[in-house]
Write a protein that binds this ligand. Structure first.
Ligand SMILES: Nc1ncnc2c1ncn2[C@@H]1O[C@H](COP(=O)(O)OP(=O)(O)OP(=O)(O)O)[C@@H](O)[C@H]1O
Ligand SMILES: [Mg+2]
Length: 601
């Protein structure tokens, strides 16, 4: 599935990815790119936030009037109950509709947040298909995993819980300022002075915490990495008694996770405390100055009541902003990591979509040069021509470059120079999907996934039950499968309960059911016993009859009948010929062969 355009909105190709967010602002700009896909719903939610803020902000004015009416009534001995109830109904309705608006915006924000998190995960997944294998050689699996899970979750959670609250806080904040100014300028300035003092301190705190959040997300990634490594190789860990060493590593990460978590929490935890202190300060100031003004007859008692409510309402948004900032910062750090992954360099896109379906199977390697890193050349001028239908064996010592050669043929890596052609067409002119569909390949390490044996064999092909059964017979797996109570439906884990040889048999069966026109086997039978190997070889030979196949094998007895044997050494072909011819030659191959037989192969 390589080289698909991004699944959502074409955003992944957007150049924001290349710049990468360097700050919370940049990270949030990145998140807003995703919000664009839901802009109508988002705008509606934000509009509701404004309505909600407006409705709640209007209430104190009416409550103030009510207080005045009651205060007047206390003086005159007669309270105008009708007017008070009228105002009461208005206040009730304001709060009712305010709550309704809040409910609806919560509903829609939750919806949008989950969509954004989903879109991010989808872009991450699509990106994985476009990354070159080179990337996977060096990345830490757990770290990539945590971007899919923890980082995307953080963004979703912040959008869901904090963005609306944050906006609500800001809107309310400005409405409050306007209302207070309209009611009484002096008291408005008293309240605002307290608020701005609080905000100044908060700004300093927030600036300091971003790096802790960044550490936090990074440490979570490291933790995933270590755990997935420890888990996937638990037996090795036990065999080498490496638990102690792992424990040290784990403890180190765990400790820095604790430290960064503690620092971010404690500094962000300061905010509500500062805010509550400042709001109390505000009450006191309003009460004292307000009372003086009432005594001097400048304002009524209702204005003081209104201002106490205003201070409460005014500090409310500051509290909201303070409380949501922690989540917003964590989401920023998460978004930063997601964007970082999405900005990784991609494979060159396929030049053409042309598909070849009918292949004869002539494969030419012409002066191939390649290295995994720019400094070290692994394949140094490899050339060979394979005629249609030939069975080609590639042999050579460990590290000679056999696997690398087939990796290049499958275009898992791009060659530096030279060309590989299939039926005269350069593999660079084919789409990767098309090229790979021409081969059934069994890799050097047997890979199974969690599922039934049937699913593992029919993987990515439309093989019927009949095909699966036939493939099992061909690789000599039928007896074993029949002995299982659930047969083909037996479930196997990714770290399965099968023997290494049985795993290889399943992998070969999987390759066989694809019925692709050419075959690559990289040490595919290295773990099965020699008798089973013969069965498998016979099956492969009969199936491959007339098709080009590449077989890499250390056990030279299995490739004696190959049409061509390519002997590799240090990234190049040092000898080429048939088994007999090469033995007569008495060169590298003959040496290898004899050494195996002397060892009793
Ligand atoms: N992903 C990689 N990144 C960097 N270097 C690599 C990578 N894969 C292999 N190499 C190096 O390239 C060289 C050739 O490796 P290759 O896997 O082709 O050997 P091979 O002939 O298949 O050996 P074996 O018989 O052990 O499977 C080795 O020196 C190896 O260290
Ligand atoms: Mg190899």
């Amino acid at each position: 599935m390589a080289n698909r355009t991004p699944l959502i909105s074409g955003y992944a190709s957007n150049n924001v990815h290349k710049e990468g967010p360097k700050s919370v602002k940049g990270a949030w700009r990145f998140i807003f790119q995703y919000l664009k896909n839901h802009k109508w719903l988002f705008m509606l939610a934000m509009a509701l936030v404004c309505v909600e803020s407006l409705l709640t902000a209007m209430a104190p004015d009416y409550i103030s009037d009510m207080a005045d009416l009651i205060a007047d009534g206390l003086y005159t001995g007669e309270i105008d109950l009708e007017a008070v109830s009228y105002l009461g109904v208005i206040v009730f309705l304001l709060y009712l509709f305010g709550t309704l608006a809040m409910f609806l915006r919560n509903y829609w924000m939750a919806d949008i947040a989950q969509y954004v998190a989903r879109d991010m995960r989808r872009d991450l997944q699509a990106k994985m298909d476009r990354l070159p294998l080179r990337f996977y050689d060096t990345c830490r699996k757990g770290d990539v995993m945590s971007r899919f899970t923890n980082d995307a979750d953080m963004v979703g959670m912040a959008l869901n819980r904090s963005l609306a609250v944050f906006t609500h806080g800001i809107v309310l904040f400005f409405i409050c300022i306007a209302l207070m100014m309209l009611t009484n300028v002096t008291l408005a300035f008293v309240s605002m002075a307290a608020a701005f003092f609080g905000m100044g301190i908060s700004a300093i705190v927030v600036r300091r915490t971003q790096k802790y959040y960044r550490h936090q997300q990074k440490n979570i990634g490291r933790m995933y990495g270590l755990i997935s490594e420890m888990y996937s190789a638990h037996d090795v860990v036990l065999a080498y008694s490496a638990s102690e060493l792992n424990k040290e590593k784990f403890d180190e990460i765990n400790e820095s996770l604790r430290a960064s978590g503690f620092r971010s929490e404690i500094t962000m935890g300061l905010l509500p405390a500062i805010m509550s202190f400042v709001s109390n300060l505000g009450y006191v100031a309003v009460c004292i100055i307000g009372s003086v003004m009432v005594i001097e007859g400048q304002i009524t008692i209702g204005v003081v009541v209104a201002f106490i409510l205003y201070v409460k309402m005014f500090m409310g948004p500051l509290d909201m902003i303070a409380n949501s900032l922690g989540n917003i910062q964590a989401a920023g750090a998460g978004a930063e990591r997601i964007n970082e992954f999405l900005s990784e360099e991609e494979m060159e896109p396929d030049i053409s979509d042309e598909r070849i379906s009918e292949v004869k199977g002539r494969v030419e390697f012409e002066d191939i040069h390649f290295g995994y890193t720019p400094e070290a050349e692994t394949i140094k001028g490899f050339s060979a021509v394979i005629e249609p239908g030939q069975k080609v064996a590639i042999v050579g010592s460990t590290g000679a470059g056999k696997t690398t050669t087939v990796n290049l043929l499958m275009r898992f890596y791009e060659i530096w120079s030279g060309d590989i052609r299939i039926d005269g067409i350069s593999i660079r002119d084919m789409s990767r999907d098309n090229l790979r569909s021409l081969f059934c390949m069994v890799l050097q390490d047997a890979w199974l996934f969690e599922g039934t044996i049937r699913d593992n064999i029919a993987y990515c092909s439309d093989a019927t039950d009949e095909d699966v059964r036939e493939a099992c017979e061909e690789v000599g797996l039928d007896m074993f499968i029949d002995s299982l109570p659930d047969g083909l439906d037996t479930r196997i884990g990714s770290k399965s309960t099968l023997s290494e040889g049985q795993k290889q048999q399943i992998c070969i069966a999987r390759a066989l059911v694809t019925r692709a026109p050419m075959l690559i086997l990289d040490e595919a039978t290295s773990s099965v016993d020699t008798r089973t190997e013969v069965v498998i070889q016979r099956a492969i030979d009969s199936m491959m009859g007339g098709r080009t196949s590449f077989v890499i094998a250390h056990r030279l007895s299995t490739i004696r009948d190959a049409d061509v044997i390519l002997v590799m050494k240090d990234g190049n072909i040092v000898e080429k010929g048939t088994h007999e011819g090469l033995l007569k030659n008495n060169g590298v191959y003959a040496d290898l062969y004899h050494s195996q037989f002397e060892q009793g192969e």
